[in-house]
Design a protein around this ligand. Sequence first.
Ligand SMILES: [Zn+2]
Length: 82
Amino acid sequence: MPAPPLPTLEDLPSLGVKALRLQCGNYHRCWHRGSLPVEAIDLRQTIDDVQRKLVCMACGFIGGSAMPDWPSIGPGGVRIQL
Ligand SMILES: [Zn+2]
């Protein structure tokens, strides 16, 4: 059976998500974090597409993790432009 297509990010604004939380993929060496407002993202992508394209402003590492900044979690933490 083929895997179902990954959902795109288009639903996020209607779910109250205003940003993605980002973290550098260079684990153990760089813990740079940031957030990206949904207005700055092409929402026809999947979260995997976004993760592959992240470039860390601190260490230059390509690839990281991104997750929706759900409103129930709240802003919290230090926001750094990744
Ligand atoms: Zn980094």
